[in-house]
Write a protein that binds this ligand. Structure first.
Ligand SMILES: [Zn+2]
Length: 374
C-alpha cells in the first residue's frame, strides 16, 4: 500500500500553498492532491477555467447500478485582511490542538479529511460503486471552479449523495439559502452642475430604485427552516464630482433566497418593480439547496455525526452558500449534507485555525459513510 499523510499533515501541506483568491492560483495545490490520489489508484481529471485556476475530479470504483458517493470542497481561500496576523498564515503551526493558517477552517482541513478518508478506504472503494471527489478552485469569488466543471465539462459524472466539507464543526447541515447578487444600473445625461435642467440625473433614478427595493415584496411563504428571503442594498456608486450632473449610478443588491425560489422568475419580478429604465445585471446566481432530513442517507449522516457533536443533530442550515448550489444543477435531486471539521466562526478571520480533534473526527465520519456506501 502506498504511504499517505494523515489528515492533519495533509491540512498542513495544503496550508503551505498560497491560494488566496483573488488571484487564486490553485494549480500547484490541485496538482499535489491529484498526484496523491493518482498514486492510490484514483483516476484524476484536471480542469482549469483559466491559467493556474485548476479544479480536480478524482474517481475510484466500479460501474454499478448504484452511483458513487460524492465529496466536494474548495482549495482557494479569502485574503488575509487588513489586521496583522500573529501567526504565519502559510506556516501551519500547531499549538495546543489548534492548527493555524489561512484556509485552516475554510476549508483545507475539510478537503484533507475527505481525501484521507478516501485514501484510507481506497481498496474497498475500488470494488464498490466508489467515490467521486470534486475539489474546486475559485469558490470564494462565486463558485467559479464548480460552475466551469458543471457548465463546460462532463467530468462531474453522477453521484448518489453529496457531502460538502465546508466548516460546520462536524455538525450536519441540511442546506443553505441561495444568493442572487445583482447590479442595478441607471443612466442619464451629464451637464454642468450649475445647469442641472440640461441634464438627466442618474442618482435621482437610483434613489427611486433603492426605495422600491426597500419595499420589495418577494411574494413567497417563508421556508420552515430558513425563514424568509432577504434583500440588502450593499453599495451605491455614482457621481464623479460635485459640480456635474451624474449620468450613471450603480446599485449593488444582495438577495438571499429560500428553497423553491426560482431566480429567473425573481429577476422578472424585480425588473417589473424597478421599471424598464433600470438595467439589472447578475453578478452571482446560486440557488438554495435543501435536503429532507428524514431521507435515509441524511439520517445516516446524522447518526455518524451524533457521537462527535454530543447530541442527536437537529435539522439546521448554513448561513453561507457553497459550491453544492452549482453542482446541484448536475447532481439533480441527490441528498446533500454540509459537514466539515472547520470552525464556522473562524472562516475568513485573522489568525484562522482549526481544531486537530475535529479533523480526526471528520475522517472517522467520512470513513464510516464511505464504508457504508461500499
Ligand atoms: Zn468555504
Amino acid at each position: 500500500m502506498t504511504q499517505f499523510p494523515d489528515a492533519v499533515e495533509l491540512t498542513q501541506k495544503l496550508l503551505s500553498f498560497n491560494t488566496i483568491n483573488p488571484p487564486g492560483a490553485e494549480h500547484e495545490c490541485a496538482a499535489y492532491l491529484g498526484a496523491l490520489l493518482e498514486a492510490a489508484g484514483f483516476r484524476v481529471d484536471y480542469a482549469a477555467f483559466a491559467p493556474t485556476r485548476t479544479s480536480i475530479v478524482a474517481r475510484i470504483g466500479r460501474e454499478m447500478d448504484k452511483p458513487p458517493l460524492g465529496f466536494t470542497g474548495h482549495i482557494d481561500t479569502v485574503p488575509l485582511g487588513a489586521a496583522q496576523w500573529k501567526r504565519d498564515a502559510f506556516g501551519a503551526s500547531l499549538e495546543g490542538g489548534r492548527l493555524y493558517g489561512r484556509g485552516a477552517s475554510d476549508m483545507k482541513s475539510g478537503v484533507a479529511a475527505f481525501v484521507v478518508a478516501a485514501l484510507a478506504n481506497a481498496e474497498r472503494l475500488r470494488q464498490s460503486p466508489g467515490a467521486t471527489l470534486v475539489i474546486t478552485a475559485d469558490e470564494e469569488c462565486g463558485c467559479g471552479g464548480a460552475a466551469y466543471l458543471a457548465r463546460h465539462t462532463n467530468l462531474l459524472g453522477e453521484v448518489g449523495a453529496l457531502l460538502v466539507g465546508e466548516p460546520t464543526a462536524n455538525y450536519p447541515l441540511v442546506g443553505h439559502k441561495g444568493a442572487l447578487w445583482l447590479e442595478a444600473r441607471t443612466s442619464g445625461v451629464t451637464a454642468h452642475g450649475s445647469m442641472p435642467e440640461r441634464g438627466d440625473n442618474a442618482i435621482y433614478k437610483a434613489v427611486r430604485a433603492v426605495d422600491r427595493l426597500r419595499d420589495f415584496d418577494f411574494g413567497v411563504e417563508p421556508h420552515h427552516l430558513m425563514g424568509r428571503p432577504t434583500l440588502n442594498v450593499g453599495t451605491l456608486h455614482a457621481g464623479l464630482n460635485i459640480n456635474s450632473v451624474p449620468d450613471r449610478a450603480t446599485i449593488g443588491i444582495d438577495i438571499r433566497t429560500i428553497p423553491g425560489q426560482d431566480h429567473a422568475g425573481l429577476r422578472t419580478r424585480l425588473q417589473q418593480a424597478l421599471g424598464e429604465s433600470v438595467e439589472i445585471v447578475p453578478m452571482i446566481d446560486v440557488e438554495a439547496i435543501y435536503s429532507d432530513p428524514a431521507e435515509p442517507w441524511m439520517q445516516r449522516v446524522f447518526e455518524a455525526a451524533a457521537p462527535h457533536v454530543g447530541e442527536r443533530p437537529q435539522p439546521r442550515s448554513a448561513t453561507y452558500f457553497t459550491d453544492a448550489a452549482v453542482l446541484n444543477a448536475v447532481y439533480r435531486d441527490v441528498p446533500i449534507c454540509v459537514l466539515g471539521p472547520g470552525e464556522p466562526q473562524l472562516a475568513h478571520q485573522t489568525d484562522e485555525y482549526c481544531l486537530v480533534d475535529r479533523v480526526e473526527q471528520s475522517v472517522a465520519i467520512y470513513g464510516e459513510l464511505i464504508r457504508e456506501w461500499s
